[in-house]
Design a protein around this ligand. Sequence first.
Ligand code: AMP
Length: 207
Amino acid sequence: MNIILLGAPGSGKGTMAQKLTVELQIPQISTGDIFRKNLKEETPLGLKIKDILNGGGLVPDEITIEIVKNRLAEADCANGYILDGFPRSIVQAEALDAFQNIDCAINLEVDNQTIVSRLSGRRFCPNCNGTFHVTQLQNAAICPVCGNALIVRKDDSEETVLERLRVYETTTKPLIDYYRKQGKLVSVDGIGGVEVVYRRILDILHK
Ligand code: AMP
């Protein structure tokens, strides 16, 4: 199954994709993770996109599309994949349609107030890529999975969060209509505990 997870930053796409990848045994392709890895390793791509990522903007479509196209051509995607954070613009969605058949686009619906509170309390593990909320953590400084020091992502600062939400509204949100028109949109209430939201997604996928 070729699945897209749609939703604003902080809507839970990454968390749901991490659970789905285990359950469905298909890879999670997160463009955000790919870009952050390049940033951390200071690759030529990483250096090029550093300011864009830290400012909350979008990496140019042609760069992003090329990366995803190459990644989806790898053998582990043959039986399906979960796209987390791609597409993020109509241009990206149209490019994807030109080389892949998408089965469904799951849109996680979360209001803006919840998103700001989720992102401002978000902690990230640069070692295992885990994402947590301070309210879930006994120790807000240590990753409960691998013990590495947790960080606040640079793009989770208040100013950048507002920019990311603006970019989402103008450039990414139109994808909801794009997939609705194709009859592939599935909307899921993204408010609630991780297991509750996950169960809603599984129920829909099983149908
Ligand atoms: P995420 O972890 O999905 O929130 O992505 C982190 C950042 O990576 C975004 O704020 C963008 O700067 C960049 N990014 C991720 N996915 C895309 C995409 N599909 N198109 C353009 N930029 C992206």
